[in-house]
Structures are given as structure tokens and as C-alpha cells.
Design a protein around this ligand. Structure first.
Ligand code: FAD
Ligand code: 2HG
Ligand code: ZN
Length: 492
């Protein structure tokens, strides 16, 4: 039997003016934002670091540090470790589970100033970049070399590669290029006591014992601060096409996926799902151009299919053959398909899917459940949740206005979103543990790709058994015995 770990220490310190004086010896003054003397920033300056993208979580940090080098990160952590000051690593602050926001007055360590590419090899496609590089800027960096990043997500304009690796972000390309556990070759990490762990290898193969970097991928800043990432970038496809398929019934998604995989095989690069509510909201809030009325009529949901291949004519022929097969079937799985005819239409079709998160946030306050469940249950899970809220008397315009589902079919990942007028305890209590129990009944995951953050620490047991949880606690205790790294996140 495994022994229980002792509880993490809780007697952590707050930053003082003396600490600020010490940080001023490590960083230049513009790299310190603090309401404390001698910096005297305003609360407004701290606002972007104390509040998350959804405006759901807020912290009370008095101090934000923005190091420019790994050495500076190391010196900051060494000091915080000695003084037992808790820290929260922050990337682009686009996380959706409250991981990047202090729970109290932890020091925020923003990685925004560590934004240099260290090297790129156009032959192997291996990119080594500092953690604060924004995903879109890395995409732009490798594009002239005919490479792409192995991941893509709606937050690409703000999220950082260090944040992506720390959350093990999935996104829109996972179906084709797999998870970051495969494409990240190495990481450079500063451990909680300031030790620099240099695992920034560019080797494709390295079976020399435990693969330590995997522990940092998806650890959400609880084991150390990632300062550098070595990542394999695939060659850019020569041709990309996309099509939106309108389906009369959700039940057609599964056989459609099978048919599409079978016919498109190696050129299939995305198979993304949005239900009717998600589509209507995307259109309402100007994400992509609405399809023609007759294409939408009678559609219960939509699927966006993308192909990426080596020869345009070949790919177009395959896609056209697929559409012909689908539309000429005795009992067609789709009502219609809208094929992008040019790059603007290609982007517009993608925006209908990628823009749902933005549309939801414009519509109201979102309760987000990022779950892995069997594909066959996607609709059922959304319907059960809606009916449950109705039975609780919460489905009306002053409480919950919409319950919708969208996500990554190929990865079995449903984004169940509940939109409300405000975040209230009553709605929260109606949703949890209800949804977690539903997920557990399907042996699913309560966090498919967004992580645990502070949102789901209490619910981990719905997806992880006792022994796994004990081991996780032991790992945390080993790396961070003083509990200064992102306290209250992942493991409470
Ligand atoms: P942050 O939000 O700043 O931080 C996230 C976590 O990582 C925190 O726990 C933080 O402490 C830690 N962290 C950040 N940087 C470091 C570092 N250098 N070292 C150690 N820890 C660090 N997620 C998906 O998986 N798939 C999607 O398709 C997707 N789409 C999104 C679309 C929109 C519009 C939005 C707003 C979010 C989306 N997300 C998605 C969620 C989010 O963008 C990802 O989780 C992203 O990887 C977070 O990166 P970030 O730089 O913003 O990290
Ligand atoms: C997506 O796939 C993101 O669009 C965000 O993971 C999902 O907002 C969400 O719930
Ligand atoms: Zn997603």
C-alpha cells in the first residue's frame, strides 16, 4: 500500500517592500509591476494579471515580475523559495480553468518578455523557442521555411508556447499531429528552488531512462517554470481545403466520421463538431459568414472537415468524391455541404468553429466543461444537462440562457458550455457534481484538454483513482516541498 503524503505546507509569505528591493537587483524597473514601494504601480496596472479571459477568476497579487532570461527566473525563484513566497507562472492568460490567476496574493511571474526564438533547423523542423513566444508569432516564424506549428487553437494570438506546453493544449490539429507529449522534444525548466533543469534536447530519440520532460507537459506550473521549449514542427501542407457539412441528426456524426476517415484517409486533418446552438451563436456574434438559409434549414448540427495534403488537384478530387458519395446515398448522412472556394471562405468556415468560444463569451457568462466522453453520448450529455437545469428551474433568461456542445470529434472531446446571465452559486451547485458524475458514469475525463487549474482540483477523483492521486501528490511534494509553485492548482 502507498503511504499518504504529508499535507503541503500552507504557511506562505506575502511580498514585502524588502522583497521588491531584492527583485530590483535582479530585474530592470520596467519589468516589475507592484503596488508596493518603491515601484507604486496602480491596481489598474495589475488588473490584466489578476483577472482571467472569462472574467470568472480574480486574484489579489500586489506584484508581477517579468523576467527576460532563464537566469533571472532562477534568481527570482531562489529568493521566493528561501522566503517561502508563493508564485503563479503566467503565459498569455488565456487558460479556461483559473490556473494562471493567483488565488490570493501570490507573485505573478509573467513570461511575456521571454519571447525569442533560440534556433530553428529547416531540415529537421526542430524549433527551440523561449516560453513566452506567442503561438501565432511562432507560426509566422516557421511559415517562410514551409513549416507549421503542430498545434493550433482559437487563442493563438495571445497564448504562449510555454502556456501551451504547461497545459498540454490540444486544439484543432491534434487529430493530425498528435499531442504535445509527442511533438515536444525537450524543455528547459526552472525548479521551485531556482535550479535550472536543462532538458532542452533536440533529439528525436533518447531512451535514457525516465522521460522527465513529460512531467512538465500538462503540469500547469505546479512543478516549475518552463523557460524554453524544443518542438518538432511538421512541413506545411501544400494544399488545404475545408467544407462544412450540415447534418439532420446528431446520430449521423459517428457514421459520417467513419465514412470521411475511410474516404479521405491520409489527407483528413480536422473533423470538428458544432451543434445548432453553437452555430447560431457564432453567426449572431459575427464569427465567420452565415451559410445560406437553405443550407442551414433542418440542420441539428454541423461538422467542419479539413483536408491537408500534398497536391491540390488530388485532394480536391477526393473531397468532391466524398461529397458525391454522401449526397447520393439512399439515406444521406448530410443535408448539404458548403465547400470553401477561396482562402477567404476557408477562413470564414473555420471562424464558425474556432469563434464559438468568443461568441459564447459575448453572449454571457460561461460555465465550461471540457470533457472526454464517448462520441455517441455527445448530444445526450448536452440534452441531459439542459433538462437537469430545467428541472431545477434555472433555464430562463435571468439564469441560464443556452446549453450547447461543440468540440473535437476525432479526440472524443466535447466542450459542454452553459451560458448564464451571471456566475451564481445556485447554477454552480446545479452543475456540479452533476456533470462530473455524468462523465464518471461514462468512464470519461473531467478535463480533456484545458487542464485542472483551480476549477477542478476538488473533482479530480472523478477521473483519477486513489493510487494515481497519491502518486501525483508525491511528485508534487518531491519537486516543490514548500508548496510555492502555483499553490491550490491541480492538487489542492
Ligand atoms: P496561461 O493561461 O497563462 O496559463 C495556463 C496554465 O499554465 C497556468 O496554470 C499557468 O500557471 C501555467 N503556465 C503558463 N506559462 C507557464 C510557463 N512558462 N511555465 C510553467 N507554467 C506555465 N485550449 C486547448 O487545449 N484547446 C483549444 O482549442 C483551446 N482553444 C481556446 C480558445 C480560446 C478563444 C481561449 C480563450 C482559450 C482556448 N484554450 C484552448 C485554452 C488556452 O488557450 C490554452 O490552455 C493555452 O494553452 C493556455 O496558454 P497561455 O499561454 O494563455 O497560458
Ligand atoms: C475550443 O475547442 C476550445 O474551441 C475552447 O478548446 C472550448 O470554450 C470552450 O469551451
Ligand atoms: Zn477545444
Amino acid at each position: 500500500r502507498l503511504r499518504s503524503c504529508p499535507p503541503l505546507r500552507r504557511s506562505l509569505s506575502s511580498v514585502t517592500e524588502n522583497d521588491i528591493l531584492h527583485f530590483s537587483k535582479i530585474l530592470d524597473p520596467p519589468s516589475i509591476i507592484s503596488t508596493l514601494s518603491p515601484i507604486h504601480s496602480s491596481l489598474e496596472d495589475l488588473h490584466p494579471f489578476n483577472n482571467d479571459w472569462m472574467r470568472k477568476y480574480s486574484g489579489r497579487a500586489t506584484t508581477v515580475l517579468k523576467p527576460r532570461t532563464t537566469q533571472q527566473v532562477s534568481e527570482i525563484l531562489k529568493w521566493c523559495h528561501e522566503r517561502e513566497i508563493p508564485v503563479v507562472p503566467q503565459g498569455g492568460n488565456t487558460g479556461l480553468v483559473g490556473g494562471s490567476i493567483p488565488l490570493n496574493d501570490e507573485v505573478v511571474i509573467s513570461m511575456a518578455n521571454m519571447n525569442n526564438v533560440r534556433s530553428f533547423d529547416p531540415v529537421s523542423g526542430i524549433l527551440v523557442a523561449e516560453a513566452g513566444c506567442i503561438l501565432q508569432s511562432l507560426t509566422d516564424y516557421v511559415a517562410p521555411h514551409n513549416h507549421i506549428m503542430p498545434l493550433d487553437l482559437g487563442a493563438k494570438g495571445s497564448c504562449q508556447i510555454g502556456g501551451n506546453v504547461s497545459t498540454n493544449a490540444g486544439g484543432l490539429r491534434l487529430l493530425r499531429y498528435g499531442s504535445l507529449h509527442g511533438s515536444v522534444l525537450g524543455v528547459e525548466v526552472v525548479l521551485p528552488d531556482g535550479t535550472i533543469l536543462d532538458q532542452l534536447t533536440t533529439l528525436r530519440k533518447d531512451n535514457t531512462g525516465y522521460d522527465l520532460k513529460q512531467l512538465f507537459i500538462g503540469s500547469e506550473g505546479t512543478l516549475g517554470i518552463i523557460t524554453g521549449v524544443s518542438i518538432l514542427t511538421p512541413p506545411a501542407p501544400q494544399a488545404s481545403n475545408n467544407v462544412i457539412l450540415a447534418l439532420p441528426h446528431f446520430d449521423n456524426v459517428r457514421p459520417l466520421y467513419q465514412t470521411v476517415k475511410g474516404q479521405l484517409s491520409e489527407i483528413l486533418s480536422a473533423f470538428e463538431f458544432i451543434d445548432r446552438t453553437a452555430y447560431d451563436l457564432a453567426v449572431k456574434h459575427g464569427q465567420g459568414r452565415a451559410l445560406n438559409e437553405e443550407d442551414v434549414e433542418g440542420a441539428e448540427c454541423f461538422v467542419l472537415v479539413e483536408t491537408s495534403g500534398g497536391r491540390r488537384e488530388h485532394d480536391e478530387e477526393k473531397l468532391n468524391d466524398l461529397l458525391e458519395t454522401l449526397l447520393s446515398a439512399d439515406r444521406p448522412l448530410i443535408n448539404t455541404g458548403v465547400l470553401a472556394q477561396n482562402p477567404a471562405q476557408f477562413s470564414s468556415l473555420w471562424a464558425l468553429r474556432e469563434g464559438v468560444t468568443e461568441a459564447v463569451s459575448k453572449e454571457g457568462k460561461a460555465y465550461k466543461y471540457d470533457i472526454s466522453v464517448p462520441l455517441s453520448t455527445f448530444k445526450e450529455v448536452v440534452d441531459i444537462t439542459r433538462n437537469h437545469l430545467q428541472s431545477q428551474g434555472l433555464l430562463h433568461e435571468d439564469a441560464v440562457s443556452h446549453v450547447l456542445g461543440y468540440g473535437h470529434v476525432g479526440d472524443g472531446n466535447l466542450h459542454l458550455n452553459v451560458i448564464a446571465k451571471a456566475y451564481t452559486q445556485e447554477i454552480q451547485d446545479a452543475l456540479e457534481p452533476f456533470i462530473y458524475e455524468l462523465v464518471a458514469s461514462h468512464r470519461g475525463s473531467i478535463s480533456a484538454e484545458h487542464g485542472v487549474g483551480s476549477m477542478k482540483t476538488h473533482a479530480l477523483h472523478y477521473s483519477k483513482d486513489k493510487i494515481s492521486l497519491e502518486l501525483m501528490k508525491k511528485i508534487k511534494e518531491m519537486f516543490d516541498p514548500k508548496g510555492i509553485m502555483n499553490p491550490g492548482k491541480v492538487i489542492a
